[in-house]
Design a protein around this ligand. Structure first.
Ligand code: ADP
Ligand code: MG
Length: 500
């Protein structure tokens, strides 16, 4: 993220692709971080031997009864509170009927007419344009609902020739399906939404966010239309499990739909899959309608009743939310909205920032260093701040040494390089060992200034004749004479005094 970009007025130009407006709505399945399943006591741990973690309840064998997992409900409530939703005082579980080999009981328990979480919105910044053209727009994607449901098992094709393996371990794993209004207008906006949603669910700890393991998977509904026209027919790209594929899949889908329309063909509503090897989406099945599922209230489960006191108890136990924390960072530390948003990208970044800022009392500098020098190095090693070799305390010490005039910014970057490679060393020891201390001895500095002035009468004369630029040449000479250790500010002041 570019640390120097500040929130500006929203871009007004509409984002048309070949004269079409793009419309995207998301359905995201976040696996809830409970230890046991949504209606049974079987474990949800990932990676066990196939079919060792599905119990009779998960398979709905005769004589079994599902029992709601309270922890799953609590996580749904936490999510709703985090995004400003209504928590339904009474919601209903329904059977969604369909048969796949990985759902042998023939229906999925879900919520249909009355979901537990209703409304709300996900807010984030979207950066458009590059470099100096970059513009930050504040976006808000409205949520329709978030409902509790159980996951199905998994069909395995890879290890079998001419056969399909079935692993039912995942059957009954708790999911929160989060559904948006069709509010997004570009693939970039869709990815920014998905990243923000991912941040929220991991921040509040209701989902581990592991996309490779399928803990956070997105379905992108995509359509295009001429500006001002009715919504176009959508196709739903299923199970996007990386932000990179998400962007590629949506971009391909947009181009494909526009080409179809331009060639005079109509879009058929369909469910499609993205193939990362070809970069293409392909229809998997024509889309079922709600009627195909023959939803009806699950007779085995009573309505889910959430009393206001329960909601308040959950609220009281929640950690500070990212946007609340961002607002506090702006107010307390004088950060711009953008910087505050960047520094609350994850809880780890926020914690790192706050401990460094409090340790050295220089929040703006700390923010700049994290978004600049620290991020640059983390990006280069493709790691995040939890793997940062330089601790918040060390960063605070480093910034303290810039602030008290011991070292220049430039020298501080060199110290950072050494710290990065040798995290056990200390800021002061590195400054000492590398001789990076700025020259604060006025006497020694004066001697250098005097000798430079004596050796460069031409520059001195030019400066006195009114050429201010001649000063730069003299500063340069003095910095060189001090082997870069002079404090440029001090050099400047001293020079002006001598030349006055
Ligand atoms: P279903 O229940 O069949 O999945 P919904 O009406 O609940 O259908 O919509 C599912 C998702 O598709 C929602 O996120 C919604 O915003 C989005 N969506 C609906 N219509 C369109 C459209 N024309 N273009 C893009 N997205 C759409
Ligand atoms: Mg759907």
């Amino acid at each position: 993220m570019n640390a120097t970009v500040q929130a500006k007025k929203p871009a007004t130009k509409s984002l048309l692709v070949q004269g079409y407006e793009v419309v995207i709505g998301f359905e995201t399945h976040a696996q809830l971080s409970t230890q046991s399943k949504i209606f049974s006591r079987a474990s949800t741990a990932f990676g066990a031997q196939p079919n060792t973690q599905a119990c009779a309840v998960d398979l709905a064998l005769p004589g079994t009864l599902p029992v709601m997992n309270k922890g799953a409900v609590e996580r749904a409530i936490e999510f709703g509170l985090a995004v400003g939703s209504q928590i339904a005082p009474r919601s209903i579980f329904a059977r969604k009927n369909y048969f796949y080999p990985d759902l042998p009981k023939g229906y999925q328990i879900s919520q249909f007419e009355i979901p537990v979480v209703q409304g709300g919105a996900v807010e984030f910044y979207l950066e458009t344009g590059k470099g100096t053209e970059a513009v930050l727009e504040k976006k808000s994607v409205r949520l329709v609902r978030a409902h509790l449901e159980e996951d199905a098992g998994k069909s395995l094709h890879e290890d079998f020739i001419g056969q399909t393996g079935i692993d039912l371990n995942r059957a009954g794993t708790p999911l929160l399906e989060i559904v948006t209004e069709p509010d997004m207008r570009s693939s970039a906006e869709a990815v920014a939404y998905a990243k923000e949603l991912h941040k929220i669910v991991t921040w509040i700890g209701i989902c581990d966010g592991n996309m490779q393991e399928g803990s956070f998977r997105c379905d992108a509904n995509v359509s295009v239309r001429k500006p001002g026209a009715e919504l176009g027919t959508r196709r739903e790209i299923k199970n996007l499990n990386s932000f990179k594929f998400m962007q590629q899949a949506i971009d391909f889908e947009i181009r494909w739909q526009i080409d179809e329309l331009e060639d005079g063909r109509a879009i058929q509503q369909a469910t499609v899959l993205f193939n990362p090897d070809t970069g293409e989406t392909r229809a998997m099945r024509t889309k079922e309608d709600a009627a195909d599922y023959r939803y009806f209230p699950d007779p085995d489960l009573p309505p889910l009743v959430v009393a206001p006191e329960w909601v308040e108890r959950v609220r009281a136990g929640m950690t500070e939310l990212p946007r609340v924390m961002a607002a506090r960072f702006s107010a307390t530390y004088g950060l711009s909205d953008y910087d505050a948003a960047a520094l609350t990208q994850s809880r780890d970044v926020a914690t790192y920032f706050e401990s460094a800022a409090q340790a050295c009392g220089q929040p703006k500098l700390v923010g700049n260093w994290i978004m600049g020098e620290v991020s640059k190095r983390l990006n280069a090693s493709e790691s995040d701040i939890s793997a940062c070799p330089v601790s918040a305390q060390q960063l605070a010490q480093l910034i303290g040494r810039i602030q008290d005039g011991t070292i220049s910014n430039n020298a501080a970057r060199q110290v950072m390089d050494v710290l990065w490679a040798e995290p056990a060393s200390t800021v002061d020891a590195i400054i000492e060992a590398k001789g990076l201390k700025q020259m604060n001895d006025t006497g020694a500095l004066e001697a250098i200034v005097d000798s430079v002035l004596a050796a460069n009468p031409k520059n001195v004369a030019e400066y006195r004749a009114g050429n201010a630029k001649a000063l730069n040449a003299l500063v340069g000479q003095i910095m060189k004479g001090s082997q870069g250790k002079a404090n440029p500010q001090q050099v400047h002041e001293l020079l002006l005094k001598k030349l006055a």
